[in-house]
Design a binder for this molecule. Structure first.
Ligand SMILES: [Zn+2]
Length: 374
């Protein structure tokens, strides 16, 4: 399972002066080409291609060998595999993910994590609780994966209707008991949700199931938890994992697009003389160099050619030429946006990759922008 913890560890471990090998591999076993270890052939071809593009190096040879060993001994279970190898530090990491990443291999300083950062940005951790009159199931969902944590049943009676006038009192008692049982079931679910939030903290909450039971649970949510509630969905409590995951992914997708629109609107509103935002490649780089970026925002797939000063390490909007800060030579910087993102993350900032409407709105000011700390 890939989480922010894994990402941050990988990032830290690979901040070495020497190169790290990062490989994204398509291992989806639903594809015939990947069966019978077709993904191993794919890995071999990618590594061969990488070596042909690089200067001969023993370190690279070693890293490729180690990466292949990982791939050969892996039991494929997800859609993609992320392999990170740094020969000297014995870092050999394999993460299988239920998300599709474009197959790629990188040999550079620091693991190439931008695809993961982008994916993680789209998939915050969700808590999900589905409840009806007597059953409740609790899940967490992150990066397109759904994990079930609890399936609880309460002893509740069925709500029945009787007609005769002489049965009115019995019916009333029955209704009263049913309400009490429902309330105590909702409380049990609430307790389980509290436990879950301690064991597996989540950023957002989705409540679903039958409308009445879901509404009752929502009323019980404490303020902090209610702040995380993003939607209620109707889905059968007994539904299959796939059924439930599809509902959740739809909510997440919509939420993410809404959030992106708000972020971009926030940036655009600050793009004035005394505003706390800048837009366009060069102004953003300048802000990154000064350590002023609070949130870096760019459209999915954004790319630009930039450079890095060989003397003062500042980023430059031109791949070559004199550095604007110190006048020394600038060298082209491959994966420029990725490196900038990593720098922003390293300085405690955030990186938001936007798509859809938000991306369109960002096109005019240059496709990239930054909210500033000051
Ligand atoms: Zn410089």
């Amino acid at each position: 399972m890939l989480g922010r913890g894994v990402l941050s560890t990988l990032y830290t471990l690979t901040q070495q002066r020497t190169n790290t090998l990062t490989m994204y591999l398509d291992i989806d076993q639903n594809k015939p080409s990947n069966r019978r270890r077709g993904y191993v052939v794919q890995a071999e071809a990618m590594l061969k291609n990488l070596k042909s593009r690089q200067k001969r190096s023993e370190r690279l040879d070693t890293a490729c060998k180690q990466a292949l060993m990982i791939v050969r001994t892996m039991k494929p279970s997800g859609k993609s595999a992320l392999v990170v190898v740094h020969p000297e530090t014995e870092l050999r990491e394999l993460v299988q993910v239920e998300l599709v990443f474009p197959p790629a291999v990188h040999w550079r300083r620091g693991a190439f994590l931008r695809p993961v950062v982008e994916a993680m940005d789209e998939h915050e951790r969700y808590g999900v609780v589905l409840t009806d009159n007597q059953r409740a199931r609790l899940f967490t969902s992150v990066m397109g994966e759904l994990t079930e944590h609890e399936d609880l049943f309460s002893e509740t009676s069925q709500r029945t209707r009787s007609l005769g006038a002489d049965q009115m009192r019995a019916q009333k008692r029955h209704d009263q008991r049913h309400r009490e049982e429902m309330a105590s079931h909702a409380k049990r679910v609430m307790d389980a949700l509290h436990d879950l939030s301690l064991r597996q903290p989540f950023d957002r909450l989705i409540v679903g199931g039958t409308p009445k039971a879901a509404a009752q649970l929502v009323r019980l949510l404490p303020t902090r938890m209610r702040g995380k509630l993003v939607d209620t969905v109707s889905v059968r409590v007994g539904g299959s994992q796939k059924e439930i995951l599809n509902k959740i992914l739809a909510v997440q997708e919509r939420m993410e697009r809404e959030r992106e629109k708000e972020i971009v609107a926030g940036v655009l509103a600050e793009l004035h003389d005394r505003g706390k935002a800048v837009a366009g490649f060069a102004p953003v780089l300048d802000a990154v160099n000064q350590g002023r970026v609070w949130t870096l925002i760019y459209g999915k797939g954004y790319s630009a050619k930039g450079g890095e000063c060989g003397s003062c390490d500042a980023y430059s909007p031109n791949p070559t030429g004199p550095c604007v800060y110190c006048g020394e030579d600038v060298h082209p910087l491959p994966h420029c946006v990725d490196r900038i993102s990593q720098t922003v993350l390293e300085m405690g900032g955030r990186v938001e990759v936007v798509d859809g409407d938000a991306k369109k709105k960002l096109t005019k000011p240059g496709g990239i922008a930054a909210l500033l700390r000051y």
